[in-house]
Design a protein around this ligand. Structure first.
Ligand SMILES: [Zn+2]
Length: 278
């Protein structure tokens, strides 16, 4: 047969033996290197610090995926606290992306969409317990109207105590279904209403249901917002589109807290292998 071995096996050259020994000794180092490389790549990224933006909705005991039970939310905040994360505001994020300010180590922006009353009753005391900042994107026409949502009084109280109140449009319509005129009024009127109620500028918004396109993003910019948040999965850095910032949605699952830790720990790997950003 053509592929038969030679009759006599040649002796393994001495240098090959040495190479084998060196390789065996180096194996533990090789196995450990991907983790080290990832950490270094994240820290040295030419696009600056990676910022994790968590996205919650309800913090209560309802058995739906949008509801994270208060007990679990507390554990998640404790995890962040114990692992040296530092909460930041949308302004902190914006200023760092613009190159005008440095972020603390392990920065995290904790956001809530819609403005549910449980954010005030359940999430706010837990955030305060850890000295954490938060951000709530409110549907401006719902506040003070529907009992399930915070009031402007609650919004003002939280706004004065480390919780940024931002826009989630006037009435939460899917923006890709609206005319330009409707889009402008959703963006401009919600901004104006929140500014009147809070007594200061409101510079950030989150797209209802996360749906947006580049045309809508342009209208967001024209309405005077500095940045906008999507539900595109990933971390934010200087390569991100400031009007389409990535977030990490946190849901209730069969194993909420285990999933939470996996979600936040594996983002750098997801990004590195191109599984998130195209
Ligand atoms: Zn929403």
């Amino acid at each position: 047969m053509r592929f038969r071995r030679a009759k006599s096996e040649p002796k393994i050259a001495w240098w090959k033996k040495i190479l084998l020994v060196v390789l065996l000794l180096a194996l533990p180092l090789l196995a450990a290197s991907p983790r080290h490389m990832t950490a270094r790549m994240v820290a040295d990224s030419e696009n600056g610090t990676k910022v994790m933006i968590l996205n919650y909705h309800k913090i209560d005991d309802m058995n739906i995926s949008l509801s994270v039970p208060p007990e679990d939310f507390d554990k998640q905040m404790k995890y962040l606290y114990d692992h040296g994360y530092h909460t930041i505001s949308p302004d902190d994020l914006y200023n760092s992306l613009e190159g005008n300010a440095e972020l603390p180590e392990n920065p995290v922006l904790i956001t809530f969409d819609d403005g549910y009353r449980d954010n005030y009753e359940n999430a706010y005391p837990i955030l305060q317990k850890y000295g954490f900042k938060g951000t709530i994107f409110v549907i401006t026409s719902f506040l003070g109207v529907y009992p399930n949502y915070i009031t402007w009084g609650m919004a003002r109280e939280m706004d004065a105590n480390g919780i940024s109140i931002e826009s989630h449009t006037v009435d939460h319509k899917s923006m890709t279904d609206l005319t330009d005129e409707q889009l402008r009024s959703e963006l401009v009127d919600s901004k104006r209403k929140a500014e009147e109620e809070l007594g200061h500028e409101v510079d950030y918004m989150a797209y209802p249901t996360g749906t947006y396109n580049l045309h809508i993003a342009q209208l967001v910019k024209e309405a005077g917002y500095k940045a906008a948040f999507t539900i595109k999965y990933g971390n934010v850095d200087k390569a991100s589109n400031i009007y389409a910032l990535e977030r990490v949605p946190i849901f209730q699952t069969e194993q909420t807290n285990k999933d939470f830790v996996e979600r936040i720990r594996y983002i750098p790997l997801f990004e590195r292998f191109g599984w998130v950003k195209s």
